[in-house]
Design a protein around this ligand. Structure first.
Ligand code: PGA
Length: 258
């Protein structure tokens, strides 16, 4: 794993945007795996800026989102569908037919999940997957105890996740209890992965994912098995890492550090 530590969330976002831009420059028809939540907001803002001011082109890009709440329609302001259009898709030139987001309102989840997995394969797999991390160590909505081989399916959200996400809803009771999410196994098939994290409340999860044992109780720790994963974190999120000095020493010597 590569670990990049930036001084603040802005540095984290810009660094991640450079990785995305490099991917698109070398493969204009790349398949991107996208995440929602507060963490990637700065990344999406920077990508929109690069599109508007530097001509970063998304016209051949395909995207697959990680997850969606079950029971929220696409128009619901807390749906991930709504989030993605507001924060990225409305502002860049990804063709609408190339955008895939798990459905939170299908009447056949089993068939939908199979189809979603199949579409990823038919599109050639995910070239670059963007991830956040939950304070419980989850990636996408793969909560503690999720199988590390899991595929796209319905998951019940952990109490910690419901509490964390209640800030976006009027009350904790309104946070959906179920989500449709790519599995850990689905994510591990991405060719390249970047995991972003900022803030003190992510420090323990980041340390457990990088330095702890691989365990289904911290699904981000499964990334230890992946050959091309980069953690891009701010100083607060890096603050519980035992080997921080070592990672920074490597980072200083990395010729192409983003
Ligand atoms: P956040 O969520 O970016 O809103 O902190 C991350 C996650 O739960 O994966």
């Amino acid at each position: 794993m590569e670990i990049i530590v930036k001084d603040n969330v802005e540095g984290m976002s810009k660094s991640a945007a450079r990785v995305v831009a490099r991917t698109l420059n070398s493969k204009p028809d790349a398949v991107l795996g996208l995440a929602t939540g507060s963490t990637p907001l700065g990344l999406y803002k920077e990508l929109v800026r690069m599109h508007e001011q530097e001509g970063l082109d998304f016209s051949q890009v395909t995207t697959f989102n990680l997850d969606e709440y079950v029971g929220l329609t696409q128009k619901h302001t807390q749906s991930y569908h709504y989030f993605m259009y507001e924060n990225l898709f409305k502002h860049v030139n990804i063709p609408n037919q190339n955008i895939y987001i798990p459905s939170g309102s299908t009447d056949n989840y089993e068939a939908f999940c199979k189809w979603y997995e199949q579409r990823i394969v038919e599109c050639g797999g995910i070239d670059l997957q963007i991830l956040g991390i939950g304070s419980d160590g989850h990636i996408a909505f793969n909560e503690p105890s999720s199988s590390l081989g899991s595929r796209t399916r319905i998951k019940t959200l952990a109490k910690q996740t419901i509490d964390d996400n209640a800030r976006f809803f009027d009350s904790p009771e309104e946070v959906p209890v179920y989500a449709i999410t790519m599995g850990v196994g689905t994510i591990l098939e991405a060719h390249k992965i970047i995991l972003l994290a900022n803030g003190k409340n992510k420090a323990d999860a980041v340390a457990a994912a990088i330095e702890g044992p691989m365990t289904s109780m911290i699904t981000a720790s499964a990334l230890q098995l992946h050959r091309d994963t980069m953690f891009i974190v701010d100083r607060d999120a890096a603050s519980s890492l035992d080997m921080l000095d070592y990672y920074e020493w490597i980072q200083d010597k990395m010729p192409n550090a983003p």
